[in-house]
Design a protein around this ligand. Structure first.
Ligand code: AMP
Length: 278
């Protein structure tokens, strides 16, 4: 496995790489969720590039950029063991040199749900992902269903800007108690960690209602909220949404393929999760 930290080194190493080429962008602090992306990409491509970059432009001023978990040596070991050919791990200066001033604005899709609570977040995501696509020029790029809005935003960028690559979604990897794996789970205290599966359980309550024939999206949202409100350690519910998985428009009537999603705060940790109704 080769590691490039500069753009010229990355370009040189990419010159001789066999195609098709898969890309797995990450912010590091890797867990089994990331590895599911890596494993799928490994199976489906001749070559595999992973990136590790804690992208400062997707963090708000009050968010956890400086405290975001980082362990690059461990990450590199894990990627090596999973057959990654090339890792790109640039510095912030490499990605955003002096004078950088071009942004990818994803419009309405980036303003709702997460975007409403994290202004500018998707502008940062869209910009860095577009840069990574330009730098690596993959045939396929792999993203987790865990970040359902991010997936919708990236699909839209690829479509609207004709980026000509395939976006592949990978199902959410969960701990045995249902908690979606996330680098931010490391912030949870033991009691908060015990409470956190309420997020998935609440989504499942809506799915059960749906399976029993309920189509009124307000009832499904209320069911999710009722589940979350039953857990005293859930301090804030940012949203409980039933939306079209691509447009992210809130639905009156739920339909197959709709995304039920939530964001809550437990202590200082913000957790997001979602389920697709089938
Ligand atoms: P991050 O490092 O948090 O930016 O995540 C990098 C990629 O891994 C994104 O495409 C995420 O959606 C994906 N990912 C994160 N957690 C999970 C998970 N539990 N299951 C599947 N994919 C995940």
């Amino acid at each position: 496995m080769r590691v490039a930290t500069s753009i010229p080194d990355l370009s040189t190493l990419l010159n001789s790489i066999p195609r098709p080429l898969g890309l797995v962008p990450t912010m590091g602090a890797l867990h089994d969720g990331h590895l599911a992306l890596v494993e799928k990409a490994r199976r489906e491509n001749q070559s595999l590039v992973a990136t590790i970059f804690v992208n400062p432009t997707q963090f708000g001023p009050q968010e956890d950029l400086s405290g975001y978990p980082r362990d690059e040596n461990r990450d590199l070991d894990m990627l090596r063991q999973h057959g990654v050919d090339l890792v790109f791990a640039p510095t912030a200066e490499e990605m955003y040199p002096q004078g950088f001033d071009t942004w990818v604005d994803v419009g309405a899709l980036g303003d709702r749900l997460e975007g409403a609570h994290r202004p500018g977040h998707f502008r940062g995501v869209a910009t860095v992902v577009t840069k990574l696509f330009g730098l690596v020029r993959p045939d396929r790029a792999y993203f987790g269903q865990k970040d359902g809005q991010q997936l919708a935003v990236i699909r839209r960028i690829v479509r609207d800007l004709n980026l000509g690559l395939e976006v592949v979604a990978v199902p959410t990897v969960r701990d045995p108690d249902g908690l979606a794996q996330s680098s931010r789970n490391a912030y949870l205290t033991p009691s908060q960690r015990k409470a956190a599966p309420v997020v998935y359980r609440s989504l499942c309550r809506a799915k059960t209602l749906w399976s029993n024939g309920e189509r009124d999206a307000d009832k499904l949202r209320a069911e999710v909220r009722a589940g979350l409100e039953g857990e005293p350690l859930v301090e804030t519910i940012d949203y409980a949404s039933v939306a079209h998985a691509e447009s992210l428009d809130e639905l009156d009537q739920a339909s197959a393929g709709a995304m039920v999603s939530v964001a809550v705060r437990i202590g200082r940790t913000r957790l997001i999760d979602n389920l697709i109704l089938e």
